[in-house]
Design a protein around this ligand. Structure first.
Ligand code: MBD
Ligand code: FE
Length: 256
């Protein structure tokens, strides 16, 4: 392990030193960067910064070639222990929750097509204004968070509202850095899920609404073409969208 730490930390620092030399970084820029690191910590934005700018490469490296459905990043707004809902499943929401009411359904199978009964879908999302409960003012604790289970045929269904796009906080250090670089601070509208079943690798993923803005400029670089969903308007004025999840068999945890 000291070898691994030596390799990684040494290599990261060498690359930082190279940037300083190649771009002739000034003392003023160094002091500005140092203060920015302090500000990110004081604002509690390291989880945000990491998951927006770094996690996507770790995810692709770890799971990009895995069997079954593609995953994408977890992000900073998952909370463990969301309530296990009762059928008919509907994510908890305010009585006057704004946004288009949507019926989400599909199937959970193994990568070989075996239907997975009693698989768990842990679902969380922003509201129509792009706000996550417990992390932003607006929605009450628990809003638009819940867990649902598949039936004997591996089918699942739940009702929610279509989320709005999300912007990282513009007045915090991560947002200021993003603006300083001239980048868009937006994520396209998405629903987060962790799909799990005994004997299979949990799938951490997001479904992206295909009509959303910012699909081509996600600040978190987490969009994959396989993860787009198309909500269709039904006769009753509500929407429906479908997505099937295929899980890879659990990796063996043998210790070498
Ligand atoms: C999000 O909503 C999100 O999903 C990620 C990955 C980062 C910041 C905000
Ligand atoms: Fe998100």
């Amino acid at each position: 392990m000291p070898d691994r730490a030596n390799d990684l930390i040494g290599e990261i620092l060498r690359r930082v030193h190279e940037v300083i030399v190649e771009h002739d970084v000034t003392y003023e820029e160094y002091q500005t960067a140092k203060q920015w690191f302090i500000d990110v910590g004081e604002a509690g934005e390291w989880p945000l910064f990491g998951d927006v700018f770094v996690e996507h490469v770790v995810e692709e490296q770890a799971f990009g070639k895995r069997e079954g459905s593609q995953g994408t990043i977890l992000g900073p707004f998952h909370l463990p222990d969301a309530p296990l809902l009762d059928a008919p499943f509907e994510l908890p929401h305010r009585p006057d929750e704004s946004g288009d009411r949507t019926h989400v359904s599909g199937r959970v199978t193994g990568a070989d097509g075996t239907p997975l009964a009693n698989a768990n879908l842990d679902v969380w999302q922003a509201d129509a204004e792009g706000c996550y409960s417990s992390f932003m003012p607006g929605p009450p604790a628990g809003n638009l968070r819940g867990q649902v289970r598949t039936d004997a045929d591996g089918r699942y269904a739940f009702i929610t509202v279509i989320p709005g796009p999300y912007t990282i906080p513009l007045d915090g250090p991560t947002g200021k850095m993003t603006a300083a670089a001239g980048w868009s601070p937006w994520r396209p509208a998405h629903i987060h899920l962790i799909v799990s079943a005994e004997g299979y690798d949990p799938l951490v993923t997001q479904l992206f609404i295909d009509s959303s803005d910012y699909l081509d400029s996600d600040v978190a670089s987490a969009v994959k073409p396989e993860l787009l969903v198309h909500p269709e308007l039904r006769g009753d004025g509500e929407f429906e969208l479908h997505y099937d999840f295929a899980l890879a068999p659990a990796r063996s945890h043998a210790v070498a």
